[in-house]
Design a protein around this ligand. Sequence first.
Ligand SMILES: Nc1ncnc2c1ncn2[C@@H]1O[C@H](COP(=O)(O)OP(=O)(O)OP(=O)(O)O)[C@@H](O)[C@H]1O
Ligand SMILES: [Mg+2]
Length: 242
Amino acid sequence: MRGLTWTVGSTRIVDDVTFDVADGEFVAVIGPNGAGKTSLFNLISGLIRPTAGSVTLDGVDLTAAPPHRRARLGLGRTFQSSSVFPALTVRENVRIAAASRGSCLRLWRRASADRAASSAAEAALDDVGLSSHAADLAGTLSHGDKRKLELAVLLATEPRIMLLDEPMAGVATGDVPALTELIREIHRAGRPVLMVEHHMEVLLGLADRVAVMHHGALLAIDTPARVMDDETVQHAYVGEPL
Ligand SMILES: Nc1ncnc2c1ncn2[C@@H]1O[C@H](COP(=O)(O)OP(=O)(O)OP(=O)(O)O)[C@@H](O)[C@H]1O
Ligand SMILES: [Mg+2]
């Protein structure tokens, strides 16, 4: 992204943010509440249009593309609040995502498209360790398992890059290590990840670089260790645990 800016009234909610995520890289986004992290993700995924700046994926300018086109081109994201369909089964939730991926291949016959969506869904459930819950209603899952389901839904769309907005939010402390390990596995498969996260112990083990946002602007982007040492970063977090 280049010079990404989003202004509401006279407030710059995202202020001239420029950085790239390299192939295979894991970049964490941190910053105090209201720093503009989710807004940045909304700009990248196309839910909101920037006032200025651009978003590119593999050299293709997506700044004017609607969210579904960005998703088809491989920009996948999860949301800060849980976004599963509670009245559908775990398997149905993932299948819908897998089918949405297949629907762009219009030449496929319906039966083979259905089979492909089913096997993609089963593979994604297996990846996140939810196969044994496939027939359960999504609404009955624990919070940690709902977060895993959201990751399976995302994996089923076979994204080129994954944007994860606080994937640990609301998850019981005891479930954080398993979810961290799962995200590590997903990333190890070669996908670049951009992730908003408040748990510093999670980030330190996962991230190649940490981007720090403050009042909408990019305050620093560097290795986790160097970011932690940065005085301006510490200043931004005064009163908040790093
Ligand atoms: N649609 C909107 N209209 C006006 N202001 C908004 C809108 N969306 C977000 N904001 C404001 O923009 C600022 C940044 O919000 P954002 O949700 O991006 O922050 P965040 O860094 O994700 O915070 P958190 O850590 O709490 O999730 C906040 O002050 C918020 O109130
Ligand atoms: Mg947010």
